[in-house]
Ligand binder design. Structure first.
Ligand code: AQP
Length: 323
């Protein structure tokens, strides 16, 4: 099975990114053909500082490698090193109805939050469809927030195939229900653009500050604590197995629990969980040459795959005028 997914370097990577997508990607690479990439073209919809984009892109690459992407097993690259996807995006644009994009929740949510909309932000799902279709992606591990974008990608692929004949594989979203939507410190979806993230590789002091800032309700200590819509409970739960989660639930429902103590404990759990990855990440951060070699090799392989689908699409729409 060909498994494919990308991540935006639009800020520092966070627990939502890791548990929603990255962790499963790493697991998939052992028994599947894995395609993983850093989508810096997509980040251009929200990042307008070139130095920041360069830094966040390099950091995202090192994060993903440290967290377990194995460039010997997976095809791993940075999106802008494979320009075929932008050409394919144009071909797809012409079979994409305006209405389909206007219904995008992510676009509408960003508009509602006062983020000004560019054409790039509006057409983001078309580029995302190109990212998937260019590589024949069959299964796409994502968080629940990307479910609709995946449906749009499927619609675009089906429409293209209907208009021009069988060209693309129809991809399927792969969403893990237990980690589908991880809340941020304010209880909304954890998101780089909402400034509510707990970063995977924050330093000790920052991590502690973020965890201590998780929003909790004002239930008195002597009363049971709610577990529904409780960001502290939900974030803690992602680090626990089924039995441990039941125990945590029991603790929340038992009067006397102090949120502050649970937060301190959670900080320790997160810090320990990522300790081995932090060491590995330092090695990559300090070896730019090796990282570049990995990415060049990945981009070369990715371009070969993308060329196959792009050439087929060019031919099927009639751009091969000399044939
Ligand atoms: N809170 C989340 N819970 C579960 N999964 C999440 N993902 C993101 N946030 C959560 C998943 O992580 C993958 C990569 O996300 P992305 O960076 O490409 O885009 P995003 O979903 O828009 O993530 P952000 O942090 O919210 O970025 P910004 O703020 O820049 O838009 C995706 O599979 C996503 O589902």
């Amino acid at each position: 099975m060909r498994v494919l997914s990308g991540i935006q370097p639009s800020g520092k990577l966070h627990l939502g990114n890791y548990f929603g997508m990255m962790k499963r990607m790493v697991e998939y690479q052992n028994n599947n053909e894995l395609f993983a990439f850093i989508v810096n073209y997509h980040a251009l919809t929200s990042v307008f500082d070139a130095d920041k984009l360069r830094e966040d892109t390099f950091n995202a690459v090192c994060d993903f490698l440290a967290l377990g992407i194995d460039p010997e097993k997976a095809v791993f690259w940075v999106q802008s090193d494979v320009p075929e996807v932008t050409e394919l995006s144009w071909l797809l644009s012409n079979v994409t109805g305006m209405g389909l994009l206007e219904r995008s929740h992510s676009y509408k949510d960003k508009m509602a939050k006062g983020i000004s909309a560019s054409h790039g932000l509006f057409s983001y799902p078309v580029l995302m469809a190109a990212d998937i279709l260019a590589f024949g992606g069959e299964k796409v591990p994502v968080g629940k927030d990307q479910k609709q974008h995946l449906e749009i990608a499927r619609d675009i692929a089906e429409r293209f195939n209907n208009v021009y004949g069988e060209t693309f594989i129809i991809p399927e979203a792969d969403i893990a229900e237990d980690v589908a939507l991880i809340p941020g410190v304010d209880g909304q979806k954890m998101s780089k653009s909402y400034g509510n993230t707990i970063e995977i590789f924050a330093d000790e002091k920052t991590l502690k500050k973020k965890v201590m800032a998780i929003k909790t309700d004002a239930t008195p200590i002597e009363e049971p604590k709610p577990i529904e819509d409780n960001a502290l409970f939900e974030i803690y739960s992602i680090f626990l197995d089924k039995k441990e989660k039941e125990e945590l639930k029991e603790r929340f429902l038992t009067p006397g629990l102090k949120y502050g103590e649970v937060k301190k404990e959670l900080f320790g759990v997160i810090w320990e969980y990522f300790a081995p990855y932090r060491k590995k990440r330092e090695l990559y951060l300090n070896d730019k040459g090796e990282v570049h070699r990995i990415l060049q090799k990945g981009a070369k392989k990715a371009r070969e795959h993308a060329s196959y689908y792009l050439d087929l699409a060019r031919k099927n729409v009639g751009l091969n005028y000399l044939d």
